[in-house]
Write a protein that binds this ligand. Structure first.
Ligand code: 13P
Length: 281
């Protein structure tokens, strides 16, 4: 992860993180990244890890799937919004390449303290750590959070004191579908960039316009997270095939259009973030 984040940050493109919600997502993400010669990050939220069988199983499936599909582009398994220090440590022990510790709801001193513990452990295993300040609003995994803007000084404090590899400053983006137009805090982004050299992570990227995305990348967002856009494409295709074929019950036939829909969106996002053909062998 170190290499792909630093390279993207330096050259001002972004590596997309696609969250997986099942094996179909994982297969589609890896296949499409390989086809596009793009570095890629596969995100698993804290909650989905338990739904899909735990850290160890996911890490093994990830490695095996990479091998079976002959993936040669850099692909990293990442814990998205890790809820506790112990959960991050579990992910590291299972073989994850990257973890996010989400202490954004805690007072900053506690967030820094816990994130530092994760960094200390993860770095010993060459695993990168993402921290969050402020709160990305909206709904993820059925849980709603209010949006609250990241405080500039707290961002600088977390970056400097905890020694994180990337920072997710909540600056107007939300998880899930946007109500109305997304309104990102570009002034805050620009100011923050003057005070820290840590790569930024944009959560809640589904629904953000291409122009806004390019602007965010220009301010050093080197990792951009997508979940909702994939899930909408997947569910729309599934709904259509079931509605149009009332007699169909073979699971693989039912899921084919959804897989294809995922692959189309993944390729589109890879191009949008500038990661297309950026994988180095
Ligand atoms: P979206 O819900 O906008 O796809 O965001 C996903 C995300 O930020 C995962 O952490």
């Amino acid at each position: 992860m170190y290499n792909i984040l630093d390279e993207a940050f330096e050259k001002r493109y972004a590596v997309p993180q696609f969250n997986m919600n099942g094996l179909i997502w994982l297969e589609s993400i890896l296949k499409t990244a390989e086809k596009c010669r793009a570095p890629v990050i596969v995100g698993t939220t804290d909650k989905i890890v338990d739904e899909l069988g735990g850290f160890e199983l996911l890490a093994q499936v990830f490695q095996n799937m990479k091998k079976n599909l002959g993936v040669t582009v850099p692909a990293v398994l990442h814990l998205d919004h890790g809820q506790t220090v112990d959960r991050c440590i579990e992910a590291v022990n299972a073989g994850y390449g990257s973890v996010m510790y989400d202490g954004s709801k805690l007072p900053i001193a506690e967030n820094v303290n816990n994130t530092s513990k994760v960094v200390e452990y993860a770095h010993r295993h060459r695993v990168t750590v993402e921290g969050e300040v402020g709160s990305v609003g909206g709904t993820e995994d059925g849980v709603y959070s209010d949006l609250s803007y990241a405080d500039e000084n707290e961002c600088i404090q977390l970056a400097e004191e905890a020694g994180i590899d990337s920072l997710a400053p909540a600056l107007g983006s939300v998880h899930g579908k946007y109500k109305g137009e997304p309104n990102l805090g570009f002034e805050e982004m620009a100011r923050l960039r003057q005070f820290t050299n840590v790569p930024f992570v944009l959560h809640g990227a589904s629904g953000i316009s291409d122009a806004d995305l390019q602007k965010a990348i220009s301010y050093g967002h080197a990792k951009i997270n997508y979940n909702t856009e994939l899930n909408i494409a997947w569910s729309e295709a599934l709904r259509k095939v079931l509605t149009e074929n009332q007699e169909l019950y073979a699971p693989m036939e039912i899921l084919k259009p959804s897989k294809h829909a995922l692959e189309v969106v993944i390729e589109e996002v890879i191009r949008r973030t500038g990661a297309y053909q950026k994988a180095m062998i």
